[in-house]
Every structure is written in C-alpha cells, then in structure tokens.
Design a protein around this ligand. Structure first.
Ligand code: PMP
Length: 413
C-alpha cells in the first residue's frame, strides 16, 4: 500500500535508505520509528557533514586568521544564511543560534522580558503550550511580577480563538503561542493571532518546534516578532536551534549571556557589546552542529516541504481512520487542522505499558505527559501514548502500530 504522494513520485524508499538508523531490527522486528515529535532521526547527509567538518574544516570560529578558522567561520556563517533563507527572514543577523526552542524562549523571556516588561504586565499563552513556553514566563513573573494569562482550548484540542482575542488587554505585552501542539497535533491559526495582536501593538512569539519539520514557514509573511525552532526535530543535530527575532526587537534587547564573541571592547570599567547576531551568541558556539543543521535544511528542501506535508497528512488520516476502529481507544486531540501526531489512550491500559509492549514489536512511540502537563490535566488523563510521523514513515508502519495495539488489547482482555 502506498500514499497518493508516493504514487505521484515521493521517493519514500530512497528517503528511507538515507537514514542508516532505520535499517535495523528491534526485538527481532523491523524498527518502526514513530517518535518523531520527540526527536527525528538523521539522514546520512547530516551525519557525513558532521564527520567531514571535523575531518577537514574544524577550528574555533570568528577569531582566527588561519585557514581552518576561516573555513569554519565561513561554513558557520553560511549556515546562518541557510537558516535565514529557510525561514525567509529579512536579514541573516535576525538568526540567532541557540541550543534549541527552549533556550530561544528563555532568551526572549530574560532579555526582552526583563527590559520591556514590568510588574502587572501580561503575557498571553494558550492552554496547549509545551512546558518550554510556560515555565520561562513563570520564572519571569517570579522575577519581575508579570502575569501569565492562558487562552483556553476545547475538547477537540482546538484553541478558542475568540477567547484568546478577548484576553488581549491593555496590559498584554507579549503573546507566546505554539504553531503546532506536540501533545495534540493541533495546528494553530498563528497568522490570525499575529494580526489580532499587532492590531493592538502587541508582539508575538511563535514556538515553531513542531511546525518546521512539517510546514513551510515564512516568518516575514507571518510577521511574527520571534520564532523558535530546535534542530533535532528537523532531522538535524540536537543541541542546536534558532531564535529568529525581528531586527528592531533584537537591537533593543540587552545580551542574554556575557562572555567572548558578544563584545566589541572590554575594560574593567565598561564593556561595549557586539552588534547582531553576535550580541546574543556569547562563547564558543556549537560550530559543527550549526553547520550540520544547514545540511539538514538542504536535505529537507531537496525533498520539498509540501511533498513531506502531503505524505504525512495521508499517514495521519490513515492512522486516524484505523485508530477509530480499535475498541477502547480514545483520541486525545481531534482538531480540524492537525500535524502528524496521534495521541491516544486505551481503556484500562497505562500508556507506559502500551509503549513498552509496542517496543517489543519494534515500534517506537512515546508515552507520558509530553512536557504538556496542563494539557493532560485538561483532558483528565495522567499521560497519553503518542505516535508521531515523519518524512520516512510508511503506511505499513501505521499498520504495524495498529496491529500491535490490537495484540496489546488481547493481552489485557
Ligand atoms: N515546544 C514544543 C512544541 C516542543 O514540542 C518542544 C520539544 N518537545 C519544545 C518546545 C522544546 O524543544 P527543545 O527541547 O528541543 O528545546
């Protein structure tokens, strides 16, 4: 069985061959890797890029006059331009390399938050945020007395947009919203949220951690003020990510960390900071993984995000159809617009048991609260099982998952 996208030329077999890790058995079964929302596997292009940089071009960046340092610097800065083009940012200096989405949000909370917000100001988020888009704002509240306001979701896991708009008050100083929920799969109407917020002069941060591997993103067209992503969810390395910020904001924000590279001149009396983007990149950066993130973006764009999205949409539609036939299975997150994430519970079977028993059949899913405990509380479950699809998954793997769930139900009957 193939997807219509495959029949139209999506090179699924070749793609699968690009991922060495997929070519293995787990407990005697072919691996079905369905945990892509937690982290994606890496194509050979990314793995080879890391090896090649260490073998041929590695040195510290920015400060060296020797050839290796210049080559490493050129490649590091080329990766910045690559990410600028990928996100369609206006300027390469609007691309700040950070460890991941989490660090990007913490940077905005501490730098923008502490310099632009004061006690009583409100930060508006949604009820489906990852802890990475909740806790940094709570920490800021403890530090300077801001207030976190939460826009509700409904039982389908859809954002109640009218309620969000109602909560945009004269005190709202920032809206921080996920584009795609990692726990529910919901795709939020971020463009509309940004328009509504901007009409009131309020900047918007978009958490794109779960969006960029599946949707083509254009930060200039979206007009978001900040956008964060994690490389490891984008078929790139872990420990590297991007904070995009509009030039006007980044210029007006103080450094987040101090140290080498983020300075122009240091004396014991006073330090003059460097310009963008270096002001926000203190210390030796994650040089090789940054370059490899550029390679991951090249890999994705060569396949085409629209083709990837179409293939994944078919996997999700098929998985949803089959899941609904399983007695005792409840889908958590049934929004009209969803990314390739299927969260569910099975009657009387703990999600961790589902995860462990599926692993015995070579099927990797995730079980837990998915770093979104408030979502679990809202649905009244301690955890869900979550299958999440990526560009290399097949309809046969969806079948393996659903057949596996059928077996588990028999064991527990
Ligand atoms: N936001 C969302 C929606 C996520 O899914 C994740 C990762 N699960 C994060 C933020 C945090 O990403 P990271 O752990 O890579 O910093």
């Amino acid at each position: 069985m193939t997807t219509a996208t495959e029949r139209a030329g999506y090179p699924l077999e070749r793609i699968r061959n690009d991922f060495p890790i997929l070519q293995q058995s787990i407990h005697g079964h072919p691996l079905a890797y369905l945990d892509n929302a937690a982290s994606t596997q890496k194509p050979r292009a990314v793995i080879d890029c890391i090896r090649r940089v260490y073998e041929t071009d590695y040195s510290n960046v920015h400060r060296g006059v020797h050839s290796l340092s210049q080559r490493a610097t050129d490649r590091y800065e080329a990766a910045r331009c690559r990410l600028q083009a990928f996100l369609k940012a206006r300027h390469s200096h609007e691309i700040i390399f950070v460890r991941g989405a989490t660090e990007g949000i913490n940077l905005v909370a501490q730098s923008f938050g502490r310099s632009h917000l004061k006690a009583g100001d409100e930060i508006l988020i949604t009820a489906m945020e990852h802890h990475a888009n909740i806790v940094p704002w709570q920490m800021l509240s403890e530090q300077i007395g801001t207030r976190l306001v939460v826009a509700p979701i409904d039982r389908q896991g859809e954002l109640q947009l009218d309620a969000l708009i109602d909560r945009l008050s004269a005190k709202t100083r920032l809206v921080a919203v996920t584009q795609v929920s990692n726990a529910l799969g919901t795709i939020n109407p971020v463009r509309e949220i940004i328009e509504q917020a901007h009409a009131r002069g309020i900047p918007v941060l978009v958490d794109g951690a779960q969006a960029v591997p599946h949707l083509a993103v254009d930060v200039t067209a979206l007009d978001c003020d900040f956008y964060v992503l994690s490389g490891h969810k984008l078929y790139g390395p872990s420990g590297i990510g991007v904070l995009y910020g509009k030039e006007q904001w980044l210029k007006a924000m103080p450094p987040y960390q101090g140290g080498g590279d983020m300075i122009r001149r240091v004396t014991f009396e006073k330090t003059e900071y460097n310009g963008l983007p270096y002001k926000f990149e203190a210390g030796t950066p994650n040089i090789v993984d940054t370059i490899a993130l550029g390679a991951a973006v090249d890999y994705l764009e060569a396949i085409g995000l629209d083709a990837i999205a179409a293939h994944e949409a078919e996997l999700l539609a098929y998985a949803t159809r089959r899941a609904l036939e399983i007695p005792g299975l409840t889908l958590i997150g049934t929004a009209r617009h969803k990314g390739a994430i299927l969260s569910f519970t099975l009657d009387r079977i703990h999600p961790h048991d589902i995860g462990t028993l599926l692993d015995m059949q070579g099927i990797a899913i995730r079980a837990g609260h998915h770093c979104a405990m408030p979502v679990m509380d809202f649905f009244g479950v301690p955890a869900t099982a979550r299958a999440s699809f990526g560009l290399y998954n097949t309809l046969a793997e969806v079948d393996a998952l659903m057949d596996g769930l059928g077996e588990i139900i028999k064991v527990f009957r």
